[in-house]
Design a protein around this ligand. Structure first.
Ligand code: ATP
Ligand code: MG
Length: 626
């Protein structure tokens, strides 16, 4: 069965069982400012799972397009994509386990015709401390179904993921009990983390065994939740049976809900019995097009082709949903996906515009099933092709920059800077240097690696929450200069563009010092403009506030941090100015004043006292409030 056939037969299967088919929600959530994207089928259903009445009734089915920017680093493996479709069905206080489990079985084994001997199941082990029983009910249902096909149906306790790696699977085992870290659903995770007042419950996941050999790098033994790739999680059934009434207290819901979501791409891979989701009917034509354009083979260029295919498919759907590339929020993620795809294309030797050839192939995979793709096809192609052209100009600027830098020879530091500021892959810099007859410094590799390493070191420091580089002081004077530093960076970027970034900062009681990439000495006129901008924001007296975000979300929002910085899982984002007039948005440990007017107390003004070169391509400003 093709992915398209699986999607359509799933919708039909549940429609025949009394479900109303609803259209997908847009990738950009309409009424939820807390997240950038729709990341699961359940997300748009949350109000109804919390008790609101759904206008279409109590049995709902759909195929929800999802975008998980968080998974970007995982793209390149055999089963993760940033964009995917989740097929889902819901019972809003109507049917429960006794219907859902056999229906899933029937759909997977009779409709999609997956070999039942390759299916494995996980269930919740129970939480005696909260009087939540082991889900023997669901396990028993699955057992009967396996037995009906004459298959083994051994049940085993595992517990945590670590327990799984220690224990592995024994002969004849098919159903496994895991703890709350794996088989409990709430908006925040395990029973302890479940928000008081929220519905929650055990879940039961379905895995397909591709039979590939276990990779012991992941752990000693293989088990369904092992990441080696042998078992692929295809879907999850949530049995929303409880409400957390108070800390430690879970009460059964009178009318429990079912929430099921499966990855369409993964079921399609299982249907082909091939553990590579890029081989399925809605992916492979994209890969084939990339093979044709590049003259390279997928087998020897898997990672790049996977990244390009995924990112362009994601960007296509973002464009269908009205997102345009920009420097913030959804538009920024879209831009990042496109740039990454274009950069990876260099590894295939594709340096010319190629989106005009690939995007139509992607759109055509969906035009029959999603009318909005058909309607917007031409516009989508236009938006993406335009962004590609613009990015290639940035790349060209980078190349020009490179030639300027390399009046003598190109150093590792230069190559590192091109890598970070202009998004130049290392190979691009070295190849370009060869074409332009620019010598490479003998030790460029060492120096480049060193700078990468330094970047990693800085990240560790940041991860510990310890901010070095002059950000240690907490006196009022420090706070003022620290805040002024953000304003200065904003002013510089306003004047010279978004490529400009902090390359170092140092603050004392007496002054601030700020290093940034820029290739010319500032003119007296430019210095005056910078001072005017900063003093303008001080006079406006805009509020300064911070919010903690998951790092990826912060970056996706367009928050900037120092060049080369790496971050902990969550970061503080300082915003200066109200939401409709953001003066500065930076990832920073603080501390800052509460409103910018404090910098102008006692009639003080921001003044640049010195502007000089710090190193090749890096300028340094010293400034005071006086
Ligand atoms: P994984 O552990 O494989 O990352 P998950 O636990 O994040 O999966 P869920 O949040 O439970 O997955 O999502 C439900 C289903 O959606 C999964 O069973 C899987 O089939 C599919 N899915 C999740 N993330 C991705 C992804 N990045 N690419 C493709 N399919 C996905
Ligand atoms: Mg995941």
């Amino acid at each position: 069965m093709t992915a398209q056939e699986i999607r359509n037969s799933y919708l039909k299967f549940f429609e025949e069982r009394g479900h109303k088919v609803i259209p997908r929600a847009l990738l950009v959530p309409q009424n939820d400012p807390t997240t950038l994207f729709t990341g699961s089928g359940m997300q748009p259903m949350i109000p109804y799972l919390l008790g609101e009445t759904h206008p279409e009734g109590v049995r709902i089915v759909d195929s929800q397009t999802c975008l998980r920017a968080m998974d970007i680093e995982e793209v390149g493996d055999n089963r993760h994509t940033t964009f995917f479709e989740m097929i889902g069905n819901w019972s809003l206080g109507d049917y429960f386990k006794a219907e859902q489990v056999p229906w899933m079985w029937e759909f997977l084994t009779e409709v999609v015709k997956l070999d039942p001997s390759k299916l494995y199941i996980t269930c919740f082990i129970g939480a005696p401390e909260y009087d939540i029983p082991k889900d023997t009910e669901a396990a028993g249902m699955w057992q009967k179904l396996f037995e009906s096909k004459g298959l083994s149906s051994g049940v085993a306790d595992i517990g945590s993921e670590e327990d799984g790696y220690r224990r592995g699977i024994k002969d004849g085992e098919r159903i496994f009990y895991y703890d709350g870290s794996k088989n409990w659903w709430s908006r925040n995770g395990n029973p302890e983390k479940t928000p008081v007042g929220d519905p929650c419950g055990p879940d039961s996941e379905m895995f397909y065994d591709f039979g590939t050999p276990h990779n012991p790098e992941y752990g000693e033994h293989c088990h369904p939740n092992c990441d080696c790739g042998r078992f692929m999680e295809i879907g999850n059934n949530v049995f929303m049976a409880y409400r957390k009434e108070a800390e430690g207290k879970f009460v059964p819901l009178e009318k429990p809900n079912i929430d099921h979501g499966s990855g369409l791409e993964r079921i399609a891979a299982a249907a082909l019995d091939d553990p590579d989701v890029f081989k399925i009917s809605v992916m492979w034509p994209i890969v084939q097009k990339l093979e044709a354009i590049s003259g390279k083979r997928y087998d020897s260029h898997q990672e790049s082709m996977r990244v390009i295919a995924d990112h362009l498919r994601a960007a296509t759907f973002l464009a269908v949903d009205g997102v345009v590339p920009s420097n913030k929020e959804q538009g920024y993620v879209m831009r990042r996906l496109l740039r990454r795809a274009i950069r990876f294309a260099f590894e295939l030797g594709v340096e010319q515009n190629f989106l005009q050839d690939v995007v139509p192939v992607i759109a055509d995979l969906y035009v029959d099933d999603y009318p909005e793709v058909k309607e917007n096809r031409e516009k989508v192609i236009e938006v993406l092709v335009k962004e590609e052209k613009a990015f290639r100009q940035t790349l060209r600027k980078g190349i020009a920059e490179m030639q300027k830098m390399a009046s003598g020879e190109l150093s590792g530091a230069d190559i590192f800077r091109l890598y970070d500021t202009y998004g130049f892959p290392v190979e691009l810099s070295t190849e370009e240097a060869a074409i332009k007859n620019v010598e490479l410094a003998k030790d460029w590799r060492e120096e480049f690696d060193e700078q990468m390493e330094e970047q990693r070191e800085r990240s560790k420091t940041a991860a510990k929450g310890a901010f070095k580089g002059g950000l240690g002081g907490h006196t009022m004077q420090h706070k003022k200069y620290h805040t002024a530093t953000h304003l200065l960076q904003s002013a510089l970027r306003q004047l010279f563009g978004p490529e400009l970034r902090q390359h170092g900062s140092n603050i004392t009681e007496e002054r601030l010092r700020f290093d940034f990439n820029h290739d010319a000495k500032l003119t007296p006129e430019e210095i005056k403009q910078l001072e005017e901008l900063v003093n303008g924001w001080i006079a406006e007296d805009v509020p300064v506030k911070f919010t903690e975000y998951p790092t990826q979300e912060a970056l996706d929002m367009g928050a900037i941090g120092p060049f080369g910085e790496r971050y902990a899982d969550t970061v503080k984002v300082y915003q200066m100015g109200p939401d409709d007039h953001i003066v500065s948005l930076e990832i920073c440990g603080g501390p800052h004043v509460d409103h910018t007017g404090q910098l102008g107390e006692d009639g003080k003004k921001f003044k640049i006292t010195k502007e000089e070169s710090s190193s090749a391509g890096i300028r340094r400003i010293k400034a005071v409030l006086q």
